[in-house]
Design a protein around this ligand. Structure first.
Ligand code: SF4
Ligand code: SF4
Length: 252
C-alpha cells in the first residue's frame, strides 16, 4: 500500500535516515495515545489478547470496533475511550503503554510508514517514508535511525512478515453475484483472521482433514500454536475465497 501523497504529514526519507527519540522525558509523552484511528491486524490482536490473557472473542467485545474496511472485508479498530480525552484503553498517563511488549504494529512503526509493492516474481518490495505529527517532539533530538535499525529496535520483523501474508486478502474484492455467498465469505474471513479459538475448533474437525491433505506436523502445530493457526487460516482463505493453490485437496 502506498501513502496518500496529498497528506502533508508524509515526507520522503532521505539517505541519512531520521533522528528520533520517544521516552517519558519528552514533553509530548502519551499525547499520541488518544483519539486514534488505529486499525488492528489479526497478528496485533493475537499478540494483545495473549498479553491480556483473554480470548479473541473477549478482546473483540471489550476493545474493538468492527466495521467494513478495504473492499468490504470486516476491519477491526482499537476502541478508544468514549470520553472527551479519547485515550487508548492501554495507556497509563504515568507509565505510558501498559501493553508495550505486545503493542500493535502501527504503534511500533511510527514515525516510519512502510509501503509494499508486489514484484513480477511475487516477492514484495518495501519502501519507507516519514510520518510527522505536529504534536510529536520526538524528532527534535535522539539517535539516528535507518528503516532497518528502527525495524529491528521496535521488534517489527514478525509483525511485518505476518501482515504481509494478510495484506493480499484485503486488497482483493470478494467476487460473487450472490450476496449470500459474499456474506458467507465475509464470515469465513472474520473467523479465520480474528476469532482464532473458534477457527481452531473448525480446523480440528474431521471435515477439514477429510477435505485437505495437511501434514501431521502442521495439524499438530495449528492445534498448539496461535501463529501457526493464523498462517493456516490465511492459506485456507486464499484457497477458499480466491482459488489460490495454497492448500492441497485430497484425492476423491
Ligand atoms: S497500544 Fe500502547 S502505544 Fe499504542 S496507542 Fe495504545 S498506549 Fe499508545
Ligand atoms: S508524540 Fe511522538 S515523541 Fe511524543 S510520545 Fe508520541 S511518539 Fe513519542
Amino acid at each position: 500500500m502506498l501513502p496518500d501523497k496529498r497528506d502533508k504529514r508524509f515526507s520522503e526519507l532521505g539517505e541519512d535516515g531520521f533522528t528520533f527519540a520517544c521516552n517519558p522525558q519528552v514533553s509530548c509523552f502519551n499525547q499520541c495515545c488518544r483519539r486514534l484511528n488505529l486499525v488492528l491486524t489479526p497478528y496485533d490482536i493475537l499478540r494483545l489478547r495473549t498479553h491480556l490473557g483473554i480470548s479473541s472473542d473477549e478482546f473483540l467485545e471489550r476493545y474493538a470496533d468492527v466495521e467494513p474496511g478495504q473492499n468490504g472485508w470486516p476491519q477491526v479498530k482499537l476502541k478508544m475511550n468514549r470520553d472527551a480525552e479519547g485515550l487508548c484503553p492501554f495507556v497509563s498517563l504515568e507509565k505510558g503503554c501498559t501493553v508495550y511488549q505486545d503493542r500493535p504494529g502501527a504503534c511500533r512503526t511510527y514515525p516510519l510508514g512502510r509501503a509494499t509493492r508486489k514484484q513480477y516474481d511475487d516477492s514484495l518490495e518495501e519502501s519507507f517514508f516519514l510520518v510527522r505529527e505536529d504534536h510529536c517532539q520526538g524528532f527534535l533530538k535522539g539517535a539516528k535511525w535507518s528503516p532497518e535499525t528502527w525495524t529491528k529496535d521496535q521488534g517489527l520483523e514478525t509483525y511485518n512478515q505476518v501482515n504481509d501474508l494478510f495484506l493480499p486478502l484485503i486488497t482483493r474484492q470478494p467476487v460473487d453475484a450472490d450476496s449470500e455467498v459474499i456474506a458467507k465469505k465475509m464470515r469465513m474471513f472474520f473467523l479465520a483472521c480474528y476469532r482464532l479459538e473458534a477457527f481452531r475448533a473448525l480446523a480440528s474437525q474431521g471435515r477439514m482433514t477429510q477435505l485437505f491433505d495437511i501434514e501431521p506436523e502442521r495439524m499438530q502445530a495449528i492445534g498448539e500454536d496461535d501463529l501457526e493457526l493464523l498462517k493456516f487460516g490465511f492459506d485456507w482463505l486464499k484457497f477458499s475465497l480466491f482459488g489460490e493453490p495454497t492448500m492441497r485437496l485430497k484425492d476423491a
